[in-house]
Every structure is written in structure tokens, then in C-alpha cells.
Design a protein around this ligand. Structure first.
Ligand SMILES: [Zn+2]
Length: 199
């Protein structure tokens, strides 16, 4: 079985000192992302989201229209934030940091909303101390963590990987991408060569 997703690396530059709380970074960032996605992706203004609400689709898939009894009872959010490398870190002003996102929602404009949401989080500040940062670039990575190009390049297709029988799509992308071989047009961006390790 194959599944497809975008693997994104959002690069930031700290403006203030940015503190990531130990053991809570994933939760804090998920909370901030929910808030920010609602700002950029929801115009419903009520508990019940309209059909097509990108916020509900991405962040509250259980309450999204169409997710009724016939849908999955425990529909997971279609993204994973990879933040372990930031736990407990303090990023000094002007220092870079990055957050990886695996996005399994391939419908438009999910990717654009993620970029806008993280841009908003950076402007408003990370964590309780609201350390501000600037979103400097959003890269698309391949299954091996190499840069394929910028997320704004809409010619880039999602990467495709074989799902192991016991696999979970949010797990470590250690397996070689089956899709890499099947995709001869697979491009590597200018940043190729900068090998990035998974946490
Ligand atoms: Zn909504």
C-alpha cells in the first residue's frame, strides 16, 4: 500500500530569544497551530464548520462536515509535527531553527494554510513568552530528508511511500521511498547535499 504526503521543513530565524518548553514543545506548537489555522483557514465563526472549511478539515477532522458516523470514529489529524529536536531549547536572536511537518492532507489549499499559519505563529511569537521569529523559507523534502525545492513550487508533487503492514504514516520515514524510483522526474533542489537527519 502506498501513501502520499508532503514533507515540509519550515525554517525560521529568531527575532527574540525563542524558548521551547521541555517535553511540552509538541503540545504547545499543536495548540498554536490550531489557533493559527483557525485564523487563516476558518470563516465560519461558529461551532459548526461549513463544508469546505480548511481549518476543520485539517485540525478537527472529527467535526468536519462529512465526517459523520460513516467516517472513521477516531479520524486522526492529517499532519505530524516533528519537534523533538526543539524540546527544551532556547534559540538566541538571529539564530535559525526549523520545524518539520508531514502533511497527509493533499487537497488544496492545505499546504498554503500551513505556511500562512506558521508565518502567523512566528509573528505572534512562540511559546508562553511569545518569542518572535520570522519564517524564512519552506522547503519540500524527499523521503530521505533531502531538499527537493520550495513549497511554493506547485510543480512538486507529494512524495509517495510504501506503508509497512505494521507501519504508521507518522512513523519514521526510514524506509526508502518506493515512490522515488517510480518517479524519474524527481527533482532535487539547490539545497541538495545538505543531508538532514531525522530526530
Ligand atoms: Zn470553520
Amino acid at each position: 500500500m502506498q501513501f502520499a504526503f508532503f514533507r515540509l521543513r519550515l525554517r525560521f530565524e529568531a527575532i527574540d530569544a525563542v524558548r521551547f518548553p521541555s517535553k511540552l514543545t509538541a503540545n504547545v506548537l499543536r495548540g498554536a497551530l490550531g489557533y493559527a489555522l483557525r485564523q487563516v483557514g476558518c470563516r465560519c465563526g461558529a461551532e459548526i464548520h461549513a463544508p469546505g472549511c480548511a481549518y476543520a478539515r485539517i485540525f478537527e477532522p472529527r467535526t468536519a462536515p462529512g465526517a459523520g458516523p460513516s467516517g472513521f470514529a477516531e479520524q486522526p489529524r492529517p499532519f505530524v509535527l516533528r519537534t523533538r529536536h526543539l524540546e527544551g531549547q532556547i534559540v538566541a536572536p538571529r539564530e535559525p531553527f526549523s520545524i518539520d511537518v508531514h502533511l497527509f492532507d493533499l487537497r488544496e489549499p492545505g499546504l498554503g494554510y500551513f505556511v500562512d499559519a506558521f508565518s502567523l505563529i512566528a509573528r505572534e511569537g512562540f511559546g508562553r513568552l511569545r518569542g518572535q521569529a520570522r519564517l524564512t523559507s519552506v522547503e519540500q523534502l524527499d523521503a530521505d530528508g533531502l531538499v527537493r525545492g520550495q513549497a511554493s513550487d506547485d510543480r512538486l508533487e507529494p512524495i509517495s511511500m510504501a506503508l509497512e503492514a505494521n507501519g504508521d504514516p507518522s512513523g519514521r520515514a526510514r524506509t526508502r521511498a518506493a515512490g522515488a524510483k517510480a518517479r524519474p522526474t524527481h527533482r532535487r533542489g539547490a539545497g541538495a547535499g545538505a543531508r538532514n537527519e531525522l530526530p
